[in-house]
Design a protein around this ligand. Structure first.
Ligand SMILES: Nc1ncnc2c1ncn2[C@@H]1O[C@H](COP(=O)(O)OP(=O)(O)OP(=O)(O)O)[C@@H](O)[C@H]1O
Ligand SMILES: CC(=O)N[C@H]1[C@@H]2OC[C@@H](O2)[C@@H](O)[C@@H]1O[C@H](C)C(=O)O
Length: 397
């Protein structure tokens, strides 16, 4: 095993762009230890407007020409190669390995009958060969299928990073990422890797963003300012929280398939009905924000609290939030109001030394390093896989 400079490249379900985290990953100091991770630099690059539109179109399409998908795969390869090239230049380092998550355009983590056989499916786009050829660096890509094939949900994969980088002997940590989707990893104090619990809680910023787009023609609710001026339609929040995803036992994962455009149309219609003549656009955004926070609090109370309490009953609990949603003060305010009375301390990822936007990129740098060394990267307790597997496919330079 060797120490390597690895670029982790993440583009999430918000489809807003690419985060590149350039990291030095080094072998564990002793047998049974975990790799050491040092973030050297983080760069966020927005998708070109037309690329973003094509990605969103592919994600939401019921039908789309195969040519469009094939070309998008290659175009995204160029976008990722550009982003890594920029990061190398900016941080003045030579990257030795790239871990490229790609763009999820479809994800179905649970089995469903398809053409007469129970089938799961996941698809992350972005042609790795383009990156390897242009930068002359080997690339690990397509991280999710191996876990899926081993009976897992193929997500979440960030728990390996949470375990390696943020476990503590003294405090239990619950790590929440507020991207398009919300996902948590609970790492009880002193837990081994089998003691983790992780799953997708439901929408992160996805529903808020879609409401902002439809009602205000803006990409997101900057700082949570619109939500702050609206009134929450409590009945809508309560009704939606009764839907099966929020009560389903982990492991579970979700995406635009559950909380994309179809969901948002239904959600807005419910808000309009509940608000009657009083209903205003800002109330819809406030309700989307309250729903997001309530779904996370429900996940905490229903699943995480008992898990952490049983594994480490005497340890204090920290709730550490990362992802773009940390910039939404209304959302963070609601989460803090809900968690602090339960004795849970809310912190931002930055306080643990990693910029909120960089964390998922760091995770894919670590996962690439593990795959390169033929080490498993999934955590069966998180994904539900039958076994630990080596993730990803390697494209040689
Ligand atoms: N200043 C801001 N105010 C409010 N929200 C913001 C701000 N900046 C970013 N966001 C939110 O963060 C989102 C992007 O978050 P992030 O980049 O973590 O998501 P992602 O990586 O696409 O998601 P995922 O974790 O689901 O894969 C934006 O779509 C927006 O909703
Ligand atoms: C299929 C897919 O792309 N899932 C993403 C998505 O975005 C957040 C949540 O849903 C999580 O399950 C996952 O990403 C992170 C990086 C993960 O695998 O941990």
């Amino acid at each position: 095993m060797k120490s390597m400079v690895v670029a982790g490249v993440m583009s999430g379900t918000s489809a807003d762009g690419v985060d590149v985290a350039v990291c030095r990953i080094s072998p564990p100091l002793h047998a049974g230890g975990t790799p050491r991770i040092k973030l050297l630099g983080h760069l966020g690059v927005a998708y070109p407007k037309a690329v973003r539109a094509a990605v969103l179109c592919a994600m939401d399409a019921d039908a789309i020409p195969v040519a469009e998908l094939a070309r998008l795969n290659w175009r995204l390869g160029e976008v990722y190669a550009d982003a890594v090239a920029k990061a190398q230049e900016k941080f003045g380092v030579k990257v030795k390995l790239v871990g490229c998550h790609g763009q999820t355009v479809y994800h179905q983590g649970a089995s469903e009958n398809y053409l007469g056989k129970a089938t799961r499916a996941t698809w992350q786009m972005g042609e790795a060969a383009v990156i390897a050829e242009r930068l002359k660096i080997p690339v690990v890509s397509d991280f999710r299928p191996a876990d899926l094939a081993a009976g897992g949900q193929g997500a979440p994969l960030v728990p390996m990073l949470d375990y390696c980088m943020f476990r503590s002997a003294k405090v239990s940590r619950v790590l929440l990422n507020l991207g398009g989707i919300g996902n948590v990893t609970a790492v009880p104090a002193e837990a081994g890797v089998g003691g983790l619990m992780a799953f997708d809680t439901g929408p992160g910023n996805m529903v808020i963003d879609a409401c902002m787009k439809r009602l205000y023609e803006r990409e997101f609710d900057r700082g949570g300012a619109v939500a702050r001026t609206g009134l929450v339609l409590r009945d809508v929040v309560e009704m939606i929280l009764k839907e099966p995803y929020f009560s389903a036992l982990p492991p579970k994962s979700c995406g635009r398939e559950q909380f994309g455009e179809t969901f948002v149309s239904r959600f807005i219609a419910m808000c309009r009905k509940a608000g009657g003549s009083e209903d205003r656009d800002e109330d819809v955004v406030a309700t989307a924000t309250a729903l997001t926070s309530a779904s996370i609090l429900k996940a905490y109370q229903k699943f995480v609290w008992a898990h952490v309490g049983q594994a480490a009953p005497l340890s204090p609990v920290e709730f550490v939030v990362a992802g773009g949603g940390t910039k939404n003060a209304s959302l963070i305010g609601l989460l803090t109001e809900g968690l602090e009375p339960m004795g849970v301390k809310v912190r931002l990822m930055e306080e643990l030394g990693v910029p909120s936007q960089a964390k998922e990129g760091v995770a894919f740098a670590l996962l690439a390093w593990l795959s390169w060394h033929e080490l498993p990267g999934n955590i069966p307790a998180a994904t539900g896989a039958k076994r630990e597997v080596i993730l990803g496919k390697v494209t040689r330079a």
